[in-house]
Design a protein around this ligand. Structure first.
Ligand code: GAR
Length: 214
């Protein structure tokens, strides 16, 4: 793919249509924040443009925007606040039990800001994918957009990858890239990255779902 001057971003691989799933692909979404990526999935499902059934939202913060969205859209949700759990193991166990009980096929981390352990990954026994706002393997961790800016990168973007025990690693499914303009500010860059995330996440789920059903 060649980045043409008039293009704002580049997405690779180039995926043009979402796979169809019959019955619908049963997913769980793990989110900690605003939930704009979650909303994209809700909207596509509502318009019947994507054959997904969002069985549950799992969130670690009762005040997060994603919980409000789930409430408004009548999507079941489960809040698990780590501070009210005995320890991290207890926190993860509660989430694992909920995921098993929810009868899902694929887990989507869409703004999930907690590191999951190897035990968690092995216990849920489902494929997990994660969206991250950098061009992995560059800028793993908590502040990838700020890190890319401060390190003088000229290009950044977002990635969706399979989750493995090593943080922000695992096989890449799709990436979107954009130029960092001179005098770029973090808010503008964040907004632009979000815009690309909203485009690529459904395609990543579609690809991962295809693998799960194969
Ligand atoms: C997204 O930019 C996502 O890539 C990022 O959190 C944001 C959530 O936005 N995830 C991570 O940083 C995970 N390491 P949203 O709540 O509006 O979907």
């Amino acid at each position: 793919m060649i980045l043409k001057k008039e293009q704002k971003y580049i997405i690779s691989p180039e995926l043009n249509s979402l796979n169809r799933f019959s019955p619908k692909l049963k997913i769980a979404v793990l989110a900690s924040g605003e939930g704009s990526n979650f909303q994209v999935l809700i909207d596509l499902a509502k318009k019947e443009l994507f054959d997904i059934d969002i069985k549950i939202l799992i969130c670690n913060n009762k005040n997060a925007g994603c919980v409000k969205r789930a409430t408004e859209e009548k999507i079941p949700y489960f809040i698990c606040d780590e501070s009210s759990c005995k320890n991290r193991d207890d926190f993860e166990k509660k989430i694992i039990n909920k995921l098993i009980e929810s009868d899902i096929e694929l887990i989507i981390m869409a703004g999930w800001m907690k590191i999951v352990t190897e035990k968690f990954i092995n216990s849920v026994r489902k494929k997990i994918i994660n969206i991250h706002p950098s061009l992995l393997p560059s800028f793993k961790g908590k502040n990838p957009i700020k890190d890319a800016l401060e390190n003088g990168s000229l290009i950044t973007g977002c990635s969706v990858h399979y989750v493995v025990p090593e943080v922000d690693s695992g096989e890449l499914i799709i990436q979107g890239a954009l130029a960092i303009n001179k005098d770029e500010n973090i808010q503008n860059l964040t907004n632009n990255i979000h815009e690309i995330e909203h485009l690529i996440l459904p395609f990543a789920i579609s690809e991962a779902g295809f693998t799960v059903r194969r």
